[in-house]
Structure formats: structure tokens, C-alpha cells
Design a protein around this ligand. Structure first.
Ligand SMILES: Cc1ncc(COP(=O)(O)O)c(C=O)c1O
Length: 487
């Protein structure tokens, strides 16, 4: 960016901040622009002299602001070339920013009741804005792009001979998924029981639509993933909340026979990370068998278990064919690949595939073939192994940093893996306030209370570690420390 291109005048109003030295005001203005993605990674900053002239500041003021930016990792210097916005800054890009900041206006158009219920979801933020420590973001920089591109090229070549003939999805992909699930997750399955979707959210929503009529009851974990809560609300089902304790989903005696369906995350409750104990798994399966009810097992990131191999799925213990297993590649590979699937009991394959054909149609064959090739070549398994190791290290680092800088404010909720950690807050702190302040500093932690439906909400924060390296974690933890110490 040349001197003439740099929009110095935009910073002038921001320098009027009262009661702070001018170099701090300039530092904050530049930092804010970097966080908001107005100055993108790699952008060159003007030299201190011309910037000082155009802002009518002393050169030392500009130099001091640059030094602060450098110390906090927002910019880096390259010998003989000047200062640049740091490549490792991982914050909202311009597009994400525009989307995030656009106010959600209530539509005056006449819409269906379903549309009204779906609109209830609009306050939830989709986790693609790349704020630091945002949960559900994998290590995107570690994705094996070259291998993926080769797989996509291959898919492009074979696509001309591959007409999608089955409503279930690409046979090659279903064969790969079936053999992976049998070996790694202990799922009982055949490729003809697998139905491919554009992500597991779509798969779970369709399942709810097909298994429940409005007003019928469904057991939902408390707390739970907002996508499940939103889908249950949207279809007009009667939601019965089941508390999560140290052994997971606690289906008590008095609640038995009350619901046609249970939606659970047995490997790791989302977001608390609790694993459903064997005793409770058996009780839940018995309930489904006795009452003729269904269980949706949402298995979203069980590959990332650090204290041993992934646990056997609930579906793998089910002898009565009552479990619908939902899986996704969003967490393991990349959120933009948009492929998920269901493993269906035999009697549901035909009604589900017919409904899918009418309601959603087939998933594009190109990414399915690419993913099948990627898995057949062994890249998927090796990526999972690499990420498990990387995330384990990142999880340990996060816990060390929290123990070092934030231990007086936060208590860890133990979990044996995953991509985020949950911490409970001490009395007197509002998790909403903490998260709002964190977001203003470019840190995308989530407030735990948002995942609860009842008024009995725990106050805590959900901190993503998988997508963030040491430098990014340290920067974010420093920002959180400042928020807590000024609270
Ligand atoms: C618990 C849980 N279930 C389901 C999903 C949906 O995943 P997908 O991206 O495949 O729609 C997510 C996504 O983050 C999730 O966290």
C-alpha cells in the first residue's frame, strides 16, 4: 500500500479520544482497523514520517504506536521494507465484518409460521468470522490443500463418467464412510444405510421433520448446540430438557415414555464436553427399545479424544436399530466442504431418501467424489491423526495459559478432548458482558449461558483452541486478562 493509498484521514476522528496519550489513541485506532479487517494481513503501513505529517502528529507519537502494535503482534517489520499487518492476525475479514455488523431487521413480509420460528435463530452467530479463540474452528492453516486440490482434480475428471444414480449419495463416498465408521467409531453400518447431506445440521433437521409431528415430544440436552435447539423449535416439537451432569444425559425415571425421540451428543456433550457413561448409554438404548422411540446421535468431533482412542458410538451398542447416527466433516476437515451424513436403521432408509429427494435433492457429486478419493488415498486418516496431536498440544497450552493468567476468575469443566474448553465463571461475572467485551478486542469466545434454554443457566465461557497457534492464544489470553482485571 503506497503512502497515497493509505486512508490516514479515516483515523483522524479516532484520535480525539480524551484522557489518553495520542500514541495510545493512534495505537487503538490502528488495532481496531486490523481487528475489523479494514487493514488486512500483509497490508503495508506507511512510514512513520509521512503518516505523522498527514495526521498532524509528531513522528515519535507514530513510532510509539507502531512499537505497541509490534509488541502485541498486530504488525511485523521486514528489514528494509517497513511495517506490515501481521500474517498471523486471524480476525474478521471485511466481508465477515459487513455481515456481522448489519443489523437484523424484522421482515414485514407475510411469512409462514415456520419462517417466524426459524427467524428466532437470527441472533446466533455462525462461527466463520475467525475471531481469536472462536469455538468450532479447526486449524484451517493446517488443511492439506495440495492433496485436496489433487482429489478435486481427480473428481473433475471422473465426474463425466459418474451420473448420480442413487438418492443416497456417491457410492464411492458411502463405501469410504462406512469402512471408516466401522473401524474407528464401531458403527454397525453398510454403505446402503448411509445418506449424504450438505452437513449434519441439514441431516438432523430433516430427521426431526420426519420423526416428529408438531406438538410431539423430544428429549433435548440442557445445555445443547444451538442448531439442534433451533431445529427442534422450528418444527414446533415439544422440547423436554434433560440435564447434563458428570455422566452426561440424565434420563430420570419420571421422564421415561414421555418422548418419541431423544437428540444426544454421547461422545461429548456440546458444549460441556461430558461423555455419556456406559450405564446411561445402556439405559437410554433400553428406553428407546421399550418405548419404540428414536435416538439421534450427533457425533460431531469424537475423533479428537486425547486420553485414548475414540469411544465406541452409541449406535454401535444398539441391537434394536433405534439409533440414527449423524456425522460431519466440518470439524474434522474444513467447515466449507459441507458434507455430513446419516447412518440410518434399515426401515428408515427408504422414507428418508424419498423425503430428501423432494425436500433437498442430491448433494453435488464433485465434493463427494473428491472426498471419497481423499479418504481412499489415506489423507483423511493421516490428517485426523495429525490434528489430534496438534489439538492436544493446543488444548494443553490453553489450559496452561488460563492457569497462569486467569485462574482466579475461571474454573475448568473437565473433558477428555474436543476443540474447545469450557470454564465456569466466579460469582459476580456476567458471561455475556465478558464475551461482548472480548469480541470488541477480536476474541470470539462464547458465553455458556447462551446454550441453555431454561432460566437455570450456568455462567461460563467456551474457548476454542483448535484453530489458534501459540502466538494467537497468548494475544487473546492477554486481552481476556485485561477484561477481567478491569471488570
Ligand atoms: C454439536 C454440533 N452438531 C452439529 C453441527 C453441524 O455441523 P455441520 O457443519 O455439518 O452442519 C455442529 C457444527 O458445528 C455442531 O457443533
Amino acid at each position: 500500500m503506497s503512502k497515497n493509498e493509505f486512508p490516514s484521514e479515516l483515523f483522524l476522528p479516532l484520535l480525539q479520544e480524551a484522557n489518553v496519550p495520542r500514541y495510545i489513541a493512534l495505537f487503538r485506532a490502528l488495532r481496531q482497523s486490523i481487528i475489523e479487517g479494514k487493514l488486512i494481513a500483509g497490508a503495508k503501513l506507511p512510514a512513520s514520517r509521512p503518516l505523522a505529517q498527514s495526521l498532524k502528529l509528531s513522528r515519535n507519537t507514530v513510532k510509539s504506536a507502531f512499537e505497541l502494535l509490534l509488541a502485541e503482534g498486530y504488525i511485523e517489520t521486514r528489514r528494509g521494507s517497513g511495517s506490515f499487518v501481521s500474517d498471523s492476525v486471524c480476525v474478521a475479514g471485511p466481508t465477515a465484518n459487513v455481515i456481522q455488523n448489519r443489523p437484523v431487521t424484522k421482515s414485514s413480509a407475510k411469512l409462514s409460521n415456520l419462517a417466524e420460528r426459524l427467524n428466532w435463530q437470527s441472533h446466533h452467530k455462525v462461527p466463520y468470522a475467525k475471531y481469536l479463540l472462536e469455538p468450532a474452528i479447526p486449524a484451517l492453516a493446517e488443511f492439506p490443500w495440495i492433496k485436496w486440490q489433487r482429489a478435486v482434480n481427480y473428481a473433475g475428471r471422473v465426474m463425466k463418467h459418474e451420473m448420480e444414480s442413487s438418492g443416497l449419495g456417491s457410492l464411492q463416498l458411502r463405501v469410504q464412510i462406512a469402512s471408516y465408521l466401522q473401524v474407528v467409531r464401531g458403527v454397525n453400518c453398510h454403505e446402503n444405510n448411509i445418506l449424504v447431506f450438505s452437513g449434519s445440521q441439514q441431516a438432523i433437521y430433516l430427521s426431526l421433520q420426519l420423526l416428529l409431528d408438531p406438538g410431539e415430544s423430544v428429549f433435548v440436552e440442557e445445555p445443547c448446540y444451538f442448531g439442534i435447539d433451533g431445529a427442534v423449535n422450528a418444527i414446533g416439537a415439544n422440547k423436554i430438557l434433560i440435564d447434563i451432569d458428570q455422566q452426561g444425559f440424565n434420563l430420570k425415571e419420571e421422564k421415561q415414555h414421555q418422548a418419541n425421540l431423544a437428540v444426544v451428543t454421547p461422545s461429548r456433550n456440546y458444549p460441556l464436553g461430558t461423555t455419556l457413561s456406559l450405564q446411561r448409554r445402556i439405559a437410554l438404548l433400553q428406553w428407546a427399545k421399550d418405548s419404540g422411540s428414536w435416538i439421534i446421535e450427533d457425533d460431531y468431533d469424537s475423533e479428537f479424544r486425547f486420553d485414548g482412542p475414540p469411544l465406541t458410538s452409541l449406535q454401535g451398542l444398539d441391537s434394536a436399530q433405534r439409533v440414527i447416527y449423524a456425522g460431519t466433516f466440518s470439524r474434522i476437515l474444513h467447515p466449507s466442504i459441507r458434507i455430513g451424513y446419516l447412518v440410518l436403521p434399515d426401515q428408515l432408509v427408504q422414507p428418508f431418501s424419498c423425503a430428501k429427494a423432494l425436500m433437498q435433492g442430491n448433494v453435488s457429486i464433485l465434493p463427494q467424489l473428491a472426498l471419497a478419493q481423499f479418504m481412499a488415498a489415506g489423507h483423511f486418516s493421516s490428517h485426523v491423526r495429525r490434528m489430534r496431536k496438534l489439538y492436544h498440544g493446543r488444548r494443553n497450552l490453553l489450559q496452561e495459559l488460563v492457569a497462569q493468567y486467569l485462574c482466579e476468575y475461571l474454573t475448568l469443566v473437565p473433558s477428555d478432548g474436543g476443540m474447545h474448553c469450557v470454564y465456569l465463571l466466579g460469582a459476580g461475572y456476567s458471561d455475556k458482558v465478558i464475551c461482548q467485551r472480548a469480541r470488541a478486542l477480536g476474541v470470539g469466545i462464547k458465553n455458556l449461558s447462551d446454550y441453555y434454554s431454561s432460566d437455570n443457566k450456568s455462567q461460563g465461557i467456551v474457548i476454542g483452541f483448535a484453530g489458534f497457534n501459540e502466538q494467537q492464544q497468548r494475544r487473546a489470553i492477554r486481552a481476556l486478562e485485561s477484561i477481567f482485571s478491569e471488570y
